[in-house]
Design a protein around this ligand. Sequence first.
Ligand code: ISL
Length: 524
Amino acid sequence: MIGRLDYLAALGVDVLWLSPLHPTPNIDYGYDGTDYLAVAPEMGTLEIFDRLVAEAGRRGIRIMMDMVMDYTSDAHPWFVQARSSRTSPYHDWYIWADGPPDRPPNNWPAFFSSGSAWSFDVSTRRWYLHYFTHQQPELNWANPAVRRAMHGAMRFWLDRGVAGFRLDVISFLSKPETLDDMPAELLGRAGRHYANGPRLHEYLREMRREVFEHYPGTVALGEGFGLAGDQALDFVAPERRELDLLFLFEISALTFAETGDRQRPSLADIRATLKRWQDMLVPAGAWPTLFLGNHDVARMVDRFGDTAPEHRMASAKLLMTLLLTHRGTPVLYQGDEIGMANPRFEHLSELRDVAVLNAWRKVLADGGDTAALLDRMNRTGRDTGRTPVQWSAGPNAGFTTAPESWIKVNPDFRQVNVAAQEGRADSALEHARALLRLRRERDVLRRGEVRFVDMEHDQVFAYERVLGDERLLVLLNWSDRPCRYPLPGAVAAWTPLPVCSGGTPVSGAVDLRPFDALILEPGR
Ligand code: ISL
């Protein structure tokens, strides 16, 4: 990681969000920690971590950690203690329920095809709660000792100079009022039931008071899994003194992973969602978090763009243009800057995600169709977004010098890699760099108001950014068809900025090829 900081600095990254790096049995790739005050040995040591923070800082990059506040690994000493006896002081650090060993306390399901959200512990003869796998028992945030321990863990890292935290499923900290069954219609989206429990805001305000307020200039970015979009302000309105930023999943949820639809999400839906975020958050002094990919979903080009060879890089550039010219904090996912796409897994044994392994086991047990599962996972599985960053055309794409990487490298790495794109003006990488540079140089791209020029057009996403006299027009041809787009008339001449990918001006209009992305300014 230290060796790649120069690359990140040259790209224009200013905060680096790391997935969890605490010691872990890696059931869920680090989202199952056994010690919040240490670094996993396979990742390094605390001393190396400190060096990473310092080396990053020297290049103007701050480190953001991923903190899993809601649960631990079942191998965490707290849980080992907790399940050793009902009288252990740690027992109440987790969530238990009584009941016969053959019937879970209620109908709550666990994510990742893990069956019930309850597992029976044979030594205490009680059920414990886990929203994810049974190796991820839910912490009991109602217990002040738990909250103190987690605040202490956060301070431990802030004292080492981190920029703040991405707070994993922060929406789940407070458990539902009762252990009653959830309504049947929620079973398929249980996150709704688990999110936003009665004491959540109290916990977040306390966290702010106890932790973040002592470290000015740090950031609390919550993962708002299960929250409805219109609840966002309760978390990020400044006067609430809770979080700074929130990942909302409304745009992500428009893609096939959730809808089962293989089509690109409609421009109308995306535009309407982005507009809602601007209208809701900005007047209240809050700020959207913009993202199209992360480690939990398929690649951005597969979900929102077009992976046909003639469209892949153009659509990758268009999506990057959207992320970097809208108002909000853009969060880019590794590899999206070079247009990485889903690999094609040939067999389920090539997949690593616990969600897939559980689903596979289930399909086998039910005599189901493994080919259908493989096909679905190739489109929507989390592993699709987790293949190694493609640095070069060398062995393992330059990701590791080990004989094999932990998960397969996308075979397209020989063509698609950082080295091949570096310095090539028309590459996705140089396009992302140019956009990040532009965003730094132009206040209007950071702070300017977003004016949606045209809410009707079914092909071109058009918006202006306006700040005082400064004005930019962004045109995104969200489609695999060309289009002639009339330029807004009030301006005599619109001049394309060099960062544009395509577009040919004709009188009073511009001709856009599929997925062309343009930024224009009023002619001088
Ligand atoms: O991964 C998802 C969909 O495929 C989401 O539902 C995801 O489970 C949810 O956003 C919570 O994610 C976080 O906690 C998970 C972990 O596996 C994810 O990597 C993490 O981002 C449970 O630990």
